[in-house]
Design a protein around this ligand. Structure first.
Ligand code: CIR
Length: 253
């Protein structure tokens, strides 16, 4: 069970965030409304939500998941793969001191985005993407082992982050789209398939036995509810324009 989440409000500078989506520029005012609904949903799941102010210096800083990995035993601050996002880690480092006595740090030449790390109990799958390299994964696995946990790497195709295509929903259930559904690595899980035309919904989050799903993906919602979860639908249109999904907007711990 999670007790808390850390989020960062989207700043006006988000219109200049990194994107490959081709969906146009996000509307900041609408993004703020969607972000508030997201925070409300986390509260509904019983979490205390720490809301950090917008940081206009970093257009992508609302995607706070990429800056750290928060485990029950230690926090690991990442070294984000995109140069324009490197400075985001200083902000999270300050906040984590209130909650963790053991804070580790990924260092050059290691690169890691938190969106590439999926927690399954005390094991962490780390996707090797354009944002996360082998050295970064090696450092994360070293820190995990130091604190009695484990990690392994996952090869990936052309997809932004590991959790863009696969999400663990506890109780052995894993939603997966595309190649991840076939991946031998994940055969041991009860795999819930997300169709290609709804692949954005493969990024969803389990929060204390509810699942937050993006609005507008009815087949995915039905599949997840069919596995026994109650869902909360959230409109993510403005974050999707920046390649961001539900998991990216918070650090849950
Ligand atoms: C980026 O490209 O870094 C942002 N525009 C989107 C980050 C999404 N984060 C995530 O999936 N964890």
């Amino acid at each position: 069970m999670f007790k808390r989440a850390i989020v960062r409000k989207p700043g006006k500078s988000m219109v200049g965030g990194i994107t490959t989506a081709g969906l146009g520029k996000p509307d900041h005012a609408l993004a703020l409304i969607q972000h508030e609904a997201y925070v409300e949903a986390l509260r509904e799941c019983g979490l205390e939500v720490i809301v950090l102010p917008a940081d206009e210096r970093y257009p992508d800083s609302t995607f706070i998941e990429d800056t750290a990995l928060l485990t029950p035993k230690c926090a690991i601050v990442t070294n984000p793969g995109a140069l324009s996002r490197r400075g985001e880690t200083a902000g999270i480092l300050k906040v984590l001191g209130d909650f963790y006595s053991d804070i580790e740090k990924v260092r050059e030449p290691g690169k890691v985005d938190g969106g590439d790390i999926m927690m399954v109990g005390s094991h962490y799958y780390i996707g090797l993407s354009a944002r996360t390299n082998k050295d970064g994964a090696r450092q994360v696995i070293g820190y995990l082992e130091k604190h009695g946990m484990t990690g392994s790497t996952v090869k990936m195709g052309k997809i932004l982050h590991l959790k863009t295509g696969v999400s663990y929903l506890e109780r052995n259930n894993l939603v997966a789209s595309g190649l991840f559904f076939e991946s031998a690595e994940f055969h041991k899980f009860n795999r819930l398939k997300i169709d290609y035309d709804e692949s954005y919904a493969a990024n969803c989050i389990w929060v204390n036995d509810k699942v937050l799903v993006p609005k507008g993906y009815p087949k995915a919602k039905k599949t997840i509810e069919g596995a026994g979860y109650s869902t909360i639908e959230l409109d993510m249109s403005e974050f999707r324009k920046l390649d961001g999904g539900l998991s990216c907007l918070s650090l849950r711990f």
